[in-house]
Structure formats: C-alpha cells, structure tokens
Ligand binder design. Structure first.
Ligand SMILES: Nc1ncnc2c1ncn2[C@@H]1O[C@H](COP(=O)(O)OP(=O)(O)OP(=O)(O)O)[C@@H](O)[C@H]1O
Ligand SMILES: [Mg+2]
Length: 230
C-alpha cells in the first residue's frame, strides 16, 4: 500500500504540487488523471525519489520514503515506468531488462522467464537494440524492465501515449494481472476509455492539487467536463 500525505513540491519558486494526498492499495489499479501540465509526472518523480518534496510524506507499507534515495526506494519495491519510456536505445532488449535486476530484492541474477512469457515479442527480439523497437514494443520493454525488479508498487506515467490500440489492450491486461497478484499499480493516464476499462480507483489533478477522487464508477460526466475534457 502506497500512502501519500500532504505532499508539496515547487520547481524553484513555481509551485507544482499542493497538499497532494493519494492512496494506492495493493491489488488495485489507481489512476491519476488530469490535463497536460497539472503535475502528474512531478508527482510520480517525487514518489520515485527523483524530486524531493518541500513537505509531506510518502509511505510504503507504513515506512516513510521521503529522504531515501531513488535506488533505495527501488530496492524497497517502488518502480517507475517513465513518461516517454526511457529505455536505453543502444542496449539490446536483454541488456535493458538486466538493468531492472539491480532493483530486485531477492538478488535475482537473470531475467525471469515470466517476463518473456508476459511479453513474447521481447523474447523474439531479445538481441535487438532497444532503439530499433516500435514505440509500443519499447513501452512493453519499459514495463518488463520494471517487472524484473518484482516491485510492490508500479508507477506508470502515460503508458498508452502514442501506442497502437492492440498493444494498449495488451498493456491493460498485463496491469490487471499484476494487480490481481497483489501489486499496487499507479497509472497516470489521460486516455479515459482505458481508465474506465482497466482502472479501479481514480484521483483527478488540477493545477497541482487533487480535485476529485473515488472508485472508477464514480467518475462522473461533470468531472470529465471540468477537469479532463480538452
Ligand atoms: N523542470 C521543470 N522546471 C520548471 N517547471 C517545470 C519543470 N517540469 C515541469 N514543470 C512545470 O510543472 C508543472 C507540472 O508539470 P508535469 O510535467 O508534472 O505535468 P504533467 O501533468 O505530467 O503534464 P503532461 O500531461 O503534459 O505530461 C507544469 O506547469 C510544468 O510546466
Ligand atoms: Mg507528464
């Protein structure tokens, strides 16, 4: 269980997060929504430890992570699939996946077969350079790399951005499976249909603050109109 309480963050003098609180229970997909520039990525980077909040707490199973390095958080079970995927283009698929081993708490020495079973295309392209994969395949690689660390919490920052529909569906099914096995999945997403199909809970952000939250069934037309429409 990930519990964020009253998180505040600013880029220099520019406030980006204001008193953000969010709970992401194990076994569920919690969607963080909101228009461009409302602070979704900033929130994910604070949770991962890539940015340091001015105040507030980030609890993982009751242990506050603020003040701990990103590498320590990764070892404790937080993984980030970043916006734009950020795979290593010059490394092969397998080498990219091996990077994920560093975060594995069980000292795993090889990429688990399960990852290739989940994304068979990565098995097929195991020796191919990351940069030679399609956008959708790179997204699968980024998710697979996070899976290698066997995290308790997986943060995904707009994984459907620029991805073809059949791979979007496959990603949704994988996230559902991971959640059903007990992972807390935090999904930053602007694609409403995807959220409605796969999400369990939601939090909507606007100008750095959470302005609505609830179960996916409570995502109303008013919320969509006020905070999610273009
Ligand atoms: N490095 C930075 N320095 C200064 N301001 C920044 C920086 N990164 C982001 N911001 C600002 O902080 C605010 C939140 O940005 P953030 O990237 O978290 O939004 P987002 O919700 O992830 O947007 P998107 O949907 O476009 O990815 C925006 O106003 C943005 O311009
Ligand atoms: Mg973003």
């Amino acid at each position: 269980m990930l519990t964020i309480s009253n998180l505040n963050f600013a880029y220099g003098g520019v406030t980006a997060l204001t008193d953000v609180s969010l709970q992401a229970p194990a076994g569920a997909i919690t969607c963080v929504m909101g228009r461009n520039g409302v602070g979704k990525t900033t929130l994910m980077q604070n949770i991962m430890g890539l940015l340091k909040p001015a105040s507030g707490s980030i609890g993982l199973d009751g242990v506050d992570q603020v003040g701990r390095a990103a590498s320590a958080r990764a070892k404790s079970g937080i993984a980030l699939v970043p916006q734009g995927r950020m795979i290593f283009p010059k490394l092969t698929v397998e080498e990219n996946l091996r990077v994920g081993l560093q975060a594995n708490p069980n000292g795993l020495k090889a990429v688990p077969e399960r990852v290739y079973e989940t994304f068979p295309i990565l098995k097929e392209f195991v020796a191919r350079k990351g940069g030679d994969l399609s956008g959708g395949q790179q997204q699968q690689l980024a998710i697979a790399r996070a899976m290698v660390g066997e995290p308790k919490v997986m943060l995904l920052d707009e994984p459907t951005e620029g991805i073809q529909p059949n791979i979007i569906q496959e990603i949704g099914r994988v996230l559902k499976t991971l959640a059903s096995e007990g992972m807390a999945v935090v999904l930053v997403e602007q694609y409403l249909d995807f959220v409605k199909e796969f999400g369990d809970g939601f939090a909507v952000m606007n100008r750095g603050a959470v302005v609505a939250r609830g179960a996916i069934a409570e995502l109303s037309a008013e919320i969509e109109r006020d905070y999610l429409g273009v």
